[in-house]
Design a protein around this ligand. Structure first.
Ligand code: SAM
Length: 205
């Protein structure tokens, strides 16, 4: 039963998400540019979805777009030296120190086990490599948190499992294997959902 629900949920999200992405593409240019502009060498993007960041990569040897939703991946176009891969971020099918750069955008909210994912990122990222992220996090307001929790099941069903109550400031700060730079960005649209964006990078020791 859970498997069937999950498949339906993934298909719904694969239909809805590219439409939303198109609609807000102008607004997200700054953030997509930030997380990609300093990537280089072998790049891994986790939770790449339908390839929203693809047009922004300029400098790379190999680019891997990884996602665990086959229906969304099918909607991504491919470019030169780019591989599209079905896999989960908490069990990455790569050897230790395979990548110079790792990217995630709006992914941690729907990952089942964030700690496992971070451990995997640490394993496959080279020393002196960089992990660039753009994620959302909850605003600090108990009442909004409780109200959002009432609707979370419905919200998750239509958004590919997105936990809009996730505290990604806490999650990102739990990473101890690199030096962190983190910035906040508020936007009217996400504020309406009791969220704001965080973006930045982790420079691995
Ligand atoms: C909101 S979408 C963001 C897509 C894309 N990064 C973007 O910026 O447009 C979140 C994506 O993360 C993927 N995802 C969630 N959990 C994942 C996991 N454990 N492993 C790989 N991908 C995952 C989802 O399938 C979905 O494509």
């Amino acid at each position: 039963m859970y498997k069937i629900l999950n498949t339906i949920r993934n298909k719904i999200f694969a239909f809805i998400y590219p439409l939303i992405n198109n609609f807000v593409s102008g607004k997200n240019k700054f953030l997509r540019n930030y997380i990609t502009k300093n990537t280089s060498g072998n790049i891994l993007e986790i939770g790449a979805g339908n390839g929203g960041n693809l047009n922004y990569y300029k400098n790379y040897n190999n680019l891997i777009l990884l996602d665990n939703n086959i229906d969304l991946l099918k909607k991504s176009k491919s470019i030169n030296r780019c591989t599209i891969l079905l896999a989960s971020s908490d069990f990455l099918p790569f050897k230790k120190s395979s990548f110079d750069s790792i990217v995630s955008s709006l992914v941690l909210c729907s990952v089942d086990d964030v700690e496992k994912t971070f451990n995997e990122l640490n394993r496959v990222l080279k020393s002196k490599g960089k992990y660039f992220f753009w994620e959302h996090t909850i605003i600090n307001n108990k009442i909004i948190y409780i109200i959002k929790n009432i609707f979370i099941f419905i919200w998750k069903f239509f958004t590919g499992g997105c936990n809009y109550n996730i505290d990604n400031i806490f999650n990102i700060n739990s990473i101890k294997w690199g030096k962190l730079k983190i910035y906040k960005k508020h936007s009217r649209l996400v504020k309406f959902l009791g969220l704001y964006y965080i973006y930045g990078e982790i420079y691995k020791y």
